[in-house]
Design a protein around this ligand. Structure first.
Ligand code: IMP
Length: 192
């Protein structure tokens, strides 16, 4: 079985990705390997952030590793919160405050288009690879649903009339930005 480190401390992400794994790949986390560092992710693009996180864990372990970074890109806010999605309302990474800030900034805005974009960076046998996934939709004016995490309660994907937070994990995984990037990663790994 292939072993791969997923360079994250986010239990929500781990749950989402683990639910999509077949038997061919076993995921390890930095914590399982005794690494509890706050992995730096303060670069100006999500591509650089994903690569930096993967490189950080690769340097410490020498093992194959991947990391993801995601941004919510809202058209009417010029692409914000984008790379700042986690800490949009301050360093506390508070999901509720982040949503409040978005809703406040968009209270007089009718153009509600937004996309989640994920980039996964893989380091395998010393080579570096990037995989992207994206889903577009609308930011609604009030929260709906209690599943998921982050901005899920205010995001309705195009073609749906429920938010990510109203979907089961399986439904979200069928269409989400992270699952698209992950499927590309998985098919690359299974071919190589
Ligand atoms: P990260 O840098 O990949 O951890 O993601 C940055 C931030 O984007 C997270 O803290 C969440 O607020 C938000 N985010 C990432 N993925 C999702 C998602 O699937 N749904 C809702 N929000 C997300």
């Amino acid at each position: 079985m292939m072993e791969l480190i997923f360079a994250t401390n986010n239990s929500h992400k781990l749950k989402e990705i683990s639910a999509m794994l077949g038997n061919a790949i076993r995921l390890l986390t930095p914590a399982e390997l005794g690494i509890n560092d706050d992995i730096p992710e303060d670069f100006p693009t999500i591509e650089e952030n994903a690569l930096a996180k993967a490189r950080y864990i690769h340097r410490l372990t020498g093992r194959d590793v991947f990391a993801d970074d995601t941004g919510l890109e809202i058209e009417a806010l010029g692409g914000e919160p984008g790379v700042h999605s986690a800490r949009y309302a301050g360093p506390g990474k508070d999901f509720e405050k982040n949503i409040d800030k978005v809703l406040e900034k968009m209270k007089d805005v009718n153009r509600r288009n937004a996309c989640f974009r994920t980039v996964i960076a893989l380091i395998k046998d010393g080579g570096e690879y990037l995989f992207e996934g994206k889903i577009c939709g609308k930011i609604i004016r009030e929260r709906r649903g209690s599943k998921g995490f982050g901005y899920d309660p205010v995001f309705i994907p195009d073609g749906y009339n429920v938010t990510f937070a109203q979907m089961s994990l399986e439904e979200k995984n069928r269409i989400s930005h992270r699952s698209e990037a992950f499927r590309k990663l998985r098919s690359f790994l299974l071919k190589s």
